[in-house]
Write a protein that binds this ligand. Sequence first.
Ligand SMILES: Cc1ncc(COP(=O)(O)O)c(C=O)c1O
Ligand SMILES: N[C@@H](CCOP(=O)(O)O)C(=O)O
Length: 459
Amino acid sequence: MRYISTRGQAPALGFEDTMLTGLARDGGLYVPEELPVMSRGDIAALAGLSYEEVAVRVMAPFVADAFDEATFADMVAHAYMPFGHDARAPLVQLGPNHHLLELFHGPTLAFKDFAMQLIGQMFEHTLTKRGERVTIIGATSGDTGSAAMEAFRGLDAVDLFVLYPHGRVSEVQRRQMTTPSEANVHALAITGHFDDAQARVKDMFNDFDFRDRVRLAGINSINFARVLAQVVYYFTSATALGAPHREISYTVPTGNFGDIFAGHIAKRMGLPIRQLVVATNQNDILHRCLTTGEYRPGTVEPSISPSMDIQVSSNFERALHLAYGGDGRAIAQLMDELKHGGFTVSQGALQTLQDTYVSGRATEEETTAAIRSALDRTGELLCPHTAVGTHVAEAHLGQGPMITLATAHPAKFPDAVEAATGIRPPLPARMADLFDREERITRVDNDLSAIEAIIDARI
Ligand SMILES: Cc1ncc(COP(=O)(O)O)c(C=O)c1O
Ligand SMILES: N[C@@H](CCOP(=O)(O)O)C(=O)O
């Protein structure tokens, strides 16, 4: 399979190079040139298989030029071994026809582990085979960074730097990033918010001297391998509830648009998905854009669901690429307009987006009320991001099964959960000493040269 840039001006690549390249050299994001389609029979045959078996069947066509099936199956098996639940992504019932897909049983208690644990395996395999070494950079509002630290710490062929917004992640998230003691992983606390961190990451990729000198790679969902691994749990959950014989809807707490875009890919691969509901917090640019066509980032407002405090949503570019029929020039033009304040989606593309996605937002009060209501009705403690999802999902129930993605464990955000319910969720036993471990924090200004200087000095 070949991967092409959303902006159409970078060379097409195979899977391994797409994974190692991160951002395309024209500033775009890589997407598969064509998507493999699974027949109803193929999908029906997934029912009853283990998570790992489904993962291999769903992802194999995307990675076939890079790994033979036995090697890939081995990597998948290793990736999900540290998960704390045999089903990996279990479903629990929240109400009549409303289910939660628990994506927080991985080592860092958020959905990011599904992709990051596998990418760690794939990077190690490919870099060892090629005898190469890379510098990985990532921007995080908390969960991507901790999952990446866990997946890459101690690997020989990798130095990892994660940029997180100082003072804008939860204490658990911060400690997960600042306490690993391995010398190859580095947490950098940047002044500003997540969008600043993500913009500096993109600046580093666009600084070709630096990019080539340090051999830069990325672990944000700009890396298509991240999105790919997240496609799998749409297949496991939908088939568990009766797909392909009935349609399933999903509500996805959304920030950088990677998780919901993975659902879109699953749908285009043939999974019968009725609705894909984008759920945002008060940083609601995606909801505004999907309802009005205007994409104009405002100021990021800190919320109790901090991992979704995002206004410049990276993967929306991939959705736009599909909505504009793969017209790279049109996407490059929109992204240029974004540098000057924003853009208006064309009527035709907006219609295509609205045929695929519906959306909603939750205020802070509605998020808190959703945490409380889930506890009262079902005994479930939700993290605030998941609660944004369940609040928005309520408006879309009643047309067959709805699955809301539970993207993080409530213990990652104990203050918000305690404020809503009076209960402070404890960390799982394996992390009980997190608050006793020593932290290593490097403060850095929101300045490209300052960040590059730290990376240069450390590798
Ligand atoms: C807990 C949690 N929920 C939801 C999201 C939003 O996911 P995405 O950025 O893929 O839209 C994030 C961060 O990305 C997150 O960490
Ligand atoms: N919420 C994310 C933001 C980065 O998203 P990504 O999926 O593009 O890595 C985080 O927790 O860091």
